[in-house]
Design a protein around this ligand. Sequence first.
Ligand SMILES: *[C@@H]1O[C@H](CO)[C@@H](O)[C@H](O)[C@H]1NC(C)=O
Ligand SMILES: *[C@@H]1O[C@H](CO)[C@@H](O)[C@H](O)[C@H]1NC(C)=O
Ligand SMILES: [Zn+2]
Length: 778
Amino acid sequence: AMATPACSQLISRGRPPGQTPPPHTAGTTKLATSICHSGVPELEVEALRPVNLLQERNLLPHRPLDAPEPNLNADLKKANCSPDTFRCTLTNIPQTQALLNKARLPLGLLLHPFRDLAQLPVITSSTIVRCRSCRTYINPFVSFLDQRRWKCSLCYRVNDVPDEFMYNPVTRSYGEPHKRPEVQNSTVEFIASSDYMLRPPQPAVYLFVLDVSHNAVDAGYLDVFCQTLLENLDKMPGDTRTRVGFITFNSTIHFYNLHESLSQPQMLVVSDIDDIFIPTHDSLLVNLKESRALVRVLLTSLPGMFSQTRETHSALGPALQAAYKLMSSTGGRVSVFQTQLPTLGAGLLQSREDPNQRSSTKGVQHLGPATDFYKKLALDCSGQQIGVDLFLLSSQYSDLASLACVSKYSAGSIFYYPSLHHVHNPAQLDKFQKDLERYLTRKIGFEAVMRIRCTKGLSIHTFHGNFFVRSTDLLSLANVNPDSGFAVQMSIEESMADTSLACFQAALLYTSSKGKRRIRVHTLCLPVVSQLSDVYAGADVQAITCLLANMAIDRSISSSLSDARDALVNAVVDSLSAYKNTVSNLQQSGLIAPAALCLFPLYVLALLKQKALRTGTSTKLDERVFAMCEFKSQPLQQIMRTVHPDLYRLDTISDEGALHLNDCIVPQPHLLHLTAEKLTREGAFLMDCGSVSPAIKWTSYKFRGLFFEYQSNFNRMYMYSDYMRSFLFHMLIHFITSPRRDDASAKTSFFQHLVEDRSESAFSYYEFLLHIQQQMTK
Ligand SMILES: *[C@@H]1O[C@H](CO)[C@@H](O)[C@H](O)[C@H]1NC(C)=O
Ligand SMILES: *[C@@H]1O[C@H](CO)[C@@H](O)[C@H](O)[C@H]1NC(C)=O
Ligand SMILES: [Zn+2]
């Protein structure tokens, strides 16, 4: 699943060895060329403006950068998939691999397929219209030859329009197939028929596996867990069939009989951890509705049951085996809470971290797993439609590189709270509580698969994210959640010279928490170009950065961190050299980038300074591994917020330039460059590092003790409008320095985000540019 780039550079140069191209589909037909704009629109001219990076120092836009708009006609633009769901690194697709190679930019997709949507057309008709040849779902980019025939936008086969499709349920009229929601909206959801089921849809099944060793009790997570679950028991997605169960473990494994007829939950202890058996199959996973009272009793009493424990051992592996056995007949979600290295039974681990190596500027060891136990278990789970989510709550090294495999390959999520403790670090406990609340109540899909198709000529070869690859284009997702992102790398197999448009379609088939089989389909359409300048003009620098980050993580595990870092620098050197030598035609000396890519060196420098990829700055191994996991599994917006957060100054916000929307005044603070030069003693600054979860984390710190002087100003601004309120509430605020315990780390973290500044072990932005320039002349 976590395949690595086969080529020596990060940039793909075609299909990796050992893969055969798909069979040819007959008859390539040219799509109507009139759908693309003729002439060069203004935006593209601006995107190609040569920027002298060493001279132009204010490159940030005033407002957060939007995805570039594909050069399509107004109708296609309107119908196209939201860039929040589906983005391509190149919004102008090069028509051949040779052209792509010339640009020295990576080609790939960034996907956020199950994100929360305010509006989603749901289609319930009995025929789901798909191409008979390539199985693409009908979408806004197909063409209707007449009322009865449509041509597929991926393989160009001409298909019949089924009779039922002639009726439009939205307009309640006949004879307008092109007005159906499937053909109007590029994101739709179908209610699937039994053809799309291998077995009856499973109910929502939730199993919680809880570490109850001394470490766990001492950290205080158990109280928070039980309390939060109690409060959200009825908000977990599901219906009357929803089932829950609990396993706790120390050196032994404990099951809980929650049969509704009992007056108390009954604990069943299995102490033979070498040969796990399930003591009774009946009442360990119970119907939540029927056993609700007993579940509440258990959650109320659990923290007290282990408060006196002296147990230091942890039999995590056997507990996971027990979870697998318990869940294998239904599938569902396993949520594991672990607070230390597993020390007993299958999957036990030893410490591999050498604290003296944390600031090494050379290699970093042990980024990969120490054992294949967790991966194998994950693959077993995936096979039975069980997704395993890991919450690691540990102040000690716990070998996340090994443990994370249980989630990576079962399409799970990974959470990490490195210093959670109810006394020593209440802020982390608070974050855990907020994240857990979001986790318990967010949407979930079960027994899912995702397939990504693209226009003939294009080929997908490497996937990034948490899943199991079932076949070349089919990802197995035992669970799917709205906070996960995916990336794919692509190459161009065959010339696309005879088409003007390329389409990409992601189809996610899943079982909803209410037991309905559904298919969520996203289709993205982009123009195909023949000129190198157009390829540069359409470069999506954020998508490129995120795809490169994913590739660099793979590379640092399969090869080495320094290789991965070199490859990132080379990606900048190569693309700027290629641009200089082929497109710019400039005699001008200096370091020149097309405006579309002017932030590329900055973003790559920022990547090199991330916990995942940095060297020379003390970084705990588990924290590094966690940062790597996040790059591989988060959606683009979240990755970009982490890599290059948005910085604003708040105290100087004025009505000047504010937008007037309805009755609200919406101030428009300008983005600031991430450098201490932009900070002043007197200012109040806000840094938006993002937060996937709408459960907002709000921290405020005094800025050198002056914050309160500005509080009145701040309040004035805060009162501006609802928009402003939500703007602020969606930010993670760091007002630096106050006498609170965790402030030193908040301050450090704030300054670590100032990626344009020099640190003891890393270039400043200006130095980095000089370095790039020097590499280019080599
Ligand atoms: C579907 O597309 C139509 C036409 O573009 C648009 O009016 C409508 O709002 C879309 N529906 C949703 C739910 O987005
Ligand atoms: C582990 O948990 C079980 C079940 O509560 C308990 O009986 C046992 O004493 C615990 N082990 C230790 C060493 O505390
Ligand atoms: Zn087709």
